[in-house]
Design a protein around this ligand. Structure first.
Ligand SMILES: Cc1cc2nc3c(=O)[nH]c(=O)nc-3n(C[C@H](O)[C@H](O)[C@H](O)COP(=O)(O)O)c2cc1C
Length: 169
């Protein structure tokens, strides 16, 4: 497996519509002893407060949420269209009752502020800057409430400063 290089966010030419929406990602947080990961295909990458940031949306029901809440950092790992079966598994099973690492064979790496995966080809290391719970009053298009939040399982919105980008060459 090739090695990661730390690169400046501004050097990336990735299409994040594809990266996030089509190829999906894993959002991961915790310690070597106690961490969790889940698949995410909603989110974004951009600029806020003059910083490179990731926007991450985690529903309140996710087991991953308390891991992100309890950590200063989380990671977003991308796999470039490989490992879709494994990403599908991590998006349809909960760490509450399954061992996603054993099931997928993924290799967690713990040499940064939050865990990420050796099989990824791009990793964003994110430092939490902001968190907000979505609420019905803030929706301007209320159709989205019926479509996505009929069960009141709102997203927590996170803005994470991208403090490091790991890219495989
Ligand atoms: C393709 C795909 C994309 C997903 N995107 C998100 C997302 O952006 N935010 C979210 O809260 N859940 C998302 N999910 C659902 C979680 O990954 C899923 O509920 C997972 O089992 C949660 O695991 P956990 O309980 O171990 O945290 C997605 C699932 C799939 C299959």
């Amino acid at each position: 497996m090739s090695q990661f290089q730390s690169v400046a966010p501004e050097t990336l030419s990735d299409n994040f519509f594809t990266r996030i929406g089509k190829e999906w990602s894993l959002v991961t947080a915790g310690t070597p002893e106690h961490f969790n990961t889940m698949t995410a295909s909603w989110g974004g990458v951009g600029v806020l407060w003059n910083k490179p940031v990731a926007f991450t949306f985690i529903r309140q029901s996710r087991y991953t949420l308390p891991f992100v809440n309890d950590s200063d950092y989380y990671t977003v790992s991308f796999f470039g269209g490989q490992y879709m079966k494994e990403l599908s598994y991590c998006g349809t099973h909960s760490g509450r009752d399954t061992d996603k690492i054993e099931a997928t064979g993924f290799t967690p790496v713990f040499d940064k502020q939050a865990p990420y995966f050796a099989e990824a080809d791009l990793v964003l290391i994110c430092r939490k800057l902001y968190r907000q719970t979505m609420n019905a009053e803030s929706f301007l298009d209320t159709a989205a409430i019926d479509r996505w939040y009929g069960d009141n399982d709102w997203h927590e919105v996170f803005v994470g400063e991208i403090v490091e980008v790991l890219q495989k060459v």
